[in-house]
Design a protein around this ligand. Structure first.
Ligand code: FES
Ligand code: FES
Length: 161
């Protein structure tokens, strides 16, 4: 049976179209409809931050948005920031400072950190922890993550990618 919706939006700078049902979440569209598996399924109910994407530049939980809500909008995932060969400066800080510990929380942490720095909410380790409080690391290894975001925040704006 054909999908009820023909959904079109921008994903990491490229226009995409995908069949979807109106009750599908953006997370389902991305992972099951498009194969964008760098977006992670954690809790499925808006608690863990693993499914974080940027929607028109704002960090959101993709498990809480329905497919029709993203029609015509701009979605960015961590894969759109950079590649292993050409990392975004924040990704590089995560790699160099031990912020990358597992594949589940890291994509959301990077995108959450990016938004926090853009909003100038990273003035101290405490403020970074508060800014990332919607992103949960199950192993509670927050130190490298906070240091990575702090190092990125200390870069001159022209070096932030
Ligand atoms: S999977 Fe969306 S917040 Fe946990
Ligand atoms: S490092 Fe990902 S859950 Fe702890």
């Amino acid at each position: 049976m054909a999908a009820e919706l023909e959904l079109g939006f921008e994903l990491n700078g490229t226009a995409v179209r995908c069949g979807a049902e109106p009750h599908w979440t953006l997370l389902r569209v991305l992972r099951d409809g498009i194969g964008q598996t760098d977006v992670k399924y954690g809790c499925g109910e808006g608690v863990c931050g693993a499914c974080t994407v940027l929607l028109d530049g704002t960090a959101v939980s993709s498990c809480l948005l329905f497919a029709p809500q993203v029609a015509g909008r701009r979605v960015e995932t961590v894969a759109g920031l950079g590649s292993p060969e050409e990392m975004h400066p924040l990704q590089r800080e995560f790699v160099e400072r031990g912020g990358v510990q597992c594949g589940f929380c890291t994509p959301g942490m990077v995108l959450g950190g990016l938004e926090a720095v853009a909003l100038d909410l990273c003035g101290s380790p405490e403020e970074i922890r508060h800014s990332l409080s919607g992103n949960i690391c199950r192993c509670t290894g927050y130190r490298g993550i906070v240091e990575s975001v702090a190092a990125y925040a200390s870069l001159p704006p022209t070096d932030r990618g």
